[in-house]
Design a protein around this ligand. Structure first.
Ligand SMILES: CC(C)(COP(=O)(O)OP(=O)(O)OC[C@H]1O[C@@H](n2cnc3c(N)ncnc32)[C@H](O)[C@@H]1OP(=O)(O)O)[C@@H](O)C(=O)NCCC(=O)NCCS
Length: 343
């Protein structure tokens, strides 16, 4: 077990690409502690003033809700814990307890600031923060045209099997309209559609509030042009025409606004009247791209205005920290992300 703080920190995966000088600066701001099994490092609801890197041992992460305490994760060597409440200046969202004797690297806000100055570490912290926030996001209830409701939440890694099933069960016509080919996409493409980072690639899923089945997805992927992203939508065949595409365009517009994307671009088959009808509601401007395909350009703010004001506010509040990785990610002039600590 490494005793030297720099050697201990260097064993963390998050620092695998850091230089020895970067690790040494960080080591001067962090302490290496041995913590006995059964120790509560942080309690849900408390103010957070430290984060930890797990050098050895395992810990559990639990959340308490009305139904009681539930374990949401077990963390082991290499994990980073407790960073979210520091980044957001918010109370702890979970309780962290050691399951074994653990060796931990522990640091405060200054150490976290130095950690995210290290480019490769920042990207990982950003991805971690966004994923944890997305997993924690409370679904938003929206009403469909027929009066039924659906729940809207970010697409999560745990949706992989359901999304794969839904895509493989799309009709040939829906596949043609979405992927420009009537054959189901490869597993590689499906993986790409699920493995999102929430900052450069964000997606919503709409869930049937009664059955829990997936009904529709919508996503944006930033392009190399600053403030611009490409969008794509899919509603399962049985749910088309119920207003989901329109609500999702609104929700994508809100997420894009929050993430600093002000223009949305879509590539649509000429004969895709349903998609073009939805885009037209948000003032989409159409231009010819290639034979059979049009490009539609929509202002994020106009897309967002498709939502009722109260829902629009709820969506904005729930998505802001996710698409900015708790304000860690800002978009620079080249369109890639740069960091800024939450105030
Ligand atoms: C395009 C798509 C996402 C729209 O989603 P949706 O949930 O059906 O959208 P909505 O119910 O909100 O709206 C559909 C609109 O299209 C209109 N529409 C449907 N078929 C139409 C047609 N043939 N001609 C004109 N308008 C049509 C509907 O009337 C409705 O407009 P309205 O709200 O003014 O009545 C969905 O049809 C789909 O997944 N299609 C297959 C995949 C695809 O085309 N993806 C887009 C690739 S960019």
């Amino acid at each position: 077990m490494p005793q030297d703080p720099s050697a201990a920190l260097a064993s963390l995966d998050i620092l695998s690409e850091a230089t020895s000088d970067e690790v040494a600066v960080l080591a001067s701001l962090m302490s290496i502690e041995t913590v006995p099994a059964g120790f509560e490092l942080s309690r849900q609801g408390d103010k957070g003033d430290r984060f930890w890197g797990v050098i050895a041992g395992t810990l559990e992460v639990t959340v308490s809700k009305a139904m009681g305490e539930r374990r949401i994760a077990v963390a082991s060597q290499g994990a980073i814990l407790g960073e979210l409440s520091l980044l957001r200046d918010a109370p702890r969202s979970a309780t962290i307890r050691t399951l074994q004797d653990c060796v931990l690297a522990s640091g405060g806000p200054g150490a976290l600031e130095v950690l995210i100055e290290i480019e490769s570490a920042r990207q990982r912290i950003q991805a971690l923060a966004s994923r944890r926030l997305a997993e924690d996001c409370r679904p938003i209830r929206v009403t469909l045209r027929d009066g039924q409701s659906a729940l809207l939440r970010p697409l999560l890694p745990s949706d992989r099997a359901n999304l794969t099933y839904a895509i493989r069960n799309l009709s040939a016509e829906s596949l043609r309209r979405r992927f420009f080919s009537p054959t189901p996409p490869s597993q590689k493409l499906i993986d790409y559609l699920v493995d999102i980072d929430f900052v450069d690639h964000f997606a919503w899923v709409a869930i049937d509030s009664t059955t829990g089945a997936g009904m529709a997805t919508a996503r944006y992927v930033r392009t190399a042009v600053r403030g611009q992203a490409e969008i794509a939508f899919t509603t399962t065949d049985g749910n088309q025409g119920r207003g989901l595409g329109t609500v999702l365009l609104g929700a994508i517009g809100v997420a894009a606004e929050q993430g600093g994307v002000d223009r949305l671009i879509a590539h649509v088959l000429d004969d895709n009247a349903a998609m073009r009808a939805v885009f037209a509601k948000a003032g989409g401007e159409t231009s010819r791209e290639e034979p059979g395909v049009v490009s539609v350009s929509i202002e994020s703010v106009k897309a967002a205005s498709l939502l009722e004001p109260a829902i629009r506010r709820e969506v904005a509040d729930s998505v802001h920290d996710i698409v900015t990785a708790a304000s860690l990610a800002l978009v620079d002039s080249a369109g890639s992300t740069t960091r800024e600590l939450a105030p």
